[in-house]
Design a protein around this ligand. Structure first.
Ligand SMILES: Nc1ncnc2c1ncn2[C@@H]1O[C@H](COP(=O)(O)OP(=O)(O)OP(=O)(O)O)[C@@H](O)[C@H]1O
Ligand SMILES: [Mg+2]
Length: 265
């Protein structure tokens, strides 16, 4: 088994953000996690790459017990399990290629970091990755001068510099217009297909999850309430995930479900 998540739970005081999440992944696929705001999607991804500790449970990646790694082993795991965020988290005033090279920081000495000295090989690799993502010509520009879709591709390039086994993406397209959203999702899909990396993305729309993912996990109130293929994600299931009866506004529910209905099953 590639990845085995068993009984993962996170409590913040009296509030249980993630409750008994359990699923297996046999081979690298592209997984979409969906659910309304507060369902526990971000908290789950943060536990996977050890930005926050789980209260209970176990995550095994190739039989390594991830949640118990400490020190250097934990940092090594974090670089194998790269994270991409909604807000890109680039250094805005720094050029694109230096932003990408920051993906190698954990391998470099403090002195080299201090003086922004990057090995020639790493610079070539950064340019190659940018080229692959179709933004090599942006390399000398400041990150802040790029469009949102370009900035998110820089963030993906920075993640790829770590040569990660897993890419975790927390709402990677939530701040992008539809065209840029498509470019970024296409890039993530290619990285999964061509490199065989496991991709786990929290997504805020059903149709994106259906269009790009091999498997969809639906969360509600911290629990997994659906785990299946896009074809199995029927309107009734979507209603259950988004909690049509749980105070989620009618309009938002029908927008979500309409989006689902637009995609041929
Ligand atoms: N650091 C924290 N301290 C206390 N409570 C937290 C913390 N982080 C998250 N929570 C709570 O945990 C629950 C799950 O939050 P989380 O951010 O994982 O949801 P989400 O599914 O990612 O939502 P969204 O779609 O809005 O991003 C919420 O009730 C949230 O208030
Ligand atoms: Mg979130």
């Amino acid at each position: 088994m590639l990845l085995r998540v068993t009984g993962v739970t996170k409590r913040f005081g009296a509030n249980t953000a993630v409750q008994n999440v359990t699923f297996d992944v046999a081979k690298p696929v592209m997984i979409g996690i969906i659910g309304r705001s507060g369902a526990g999607k971000s908290t789950f991804l943060r536990m996977m790459n050890r930005l926050t500790d789980a209260t209970e449970g176990e995550i095994r990646f190739e039989d390594r017990d991830i949640l118990r790694l400490r020190g250097g082993d934990k940092r090594a795991w974090q670089s194998q399990c790269a994270m991409i965020f909604q807000q890109f988290n680039l250094v805005p005033r720094m050029d694109v290629v230096s932003n990408v090279l920051h993906g190698t920081l954990n391998r470099r000495s403090t002195l080299a970091t201090l003086f922004n000295l990057f090995p020639q090989d790493d610079i070539h690799r950064a340019i190659d990755i940018l080229d692959r993502l179709g933004i090599a010509e942006q390399a000398p520009k400041r990150a802040e001068a790029l469009s949102g879709g370009q900035q998110q591709r820089v963030a993906i390039a920075r993640a790829l510099m770590q040569d990660p086994r897993i890419i975790l993406a927390d709402e990677p397209i939530a701040s992008l217009d539809p065209m840029n959203a498509q470019v970024v999702m296409d890039a993530l899909r290619r990285i999964h297909e061509e490199d065989g990396r496991l991709v786990v993305a929290n997504l805020h729309t059903l149709d994106t999850a259906r269009r790009y993912c091999d498997r969809v996990i639906g969360m509600r109130d911290g629990r997994v309430v659906f785990d299946g293929t896009p074809e199995q994600l029927t309107t009734g299931v979507a209603r259950d995930i988004y909690g049509a009866d749980a105070g989620f506004s009618e309009a938002a529910t029908s927008t979500a479900i309409e989006a689902l209905d637009r995609v041929p099953a």
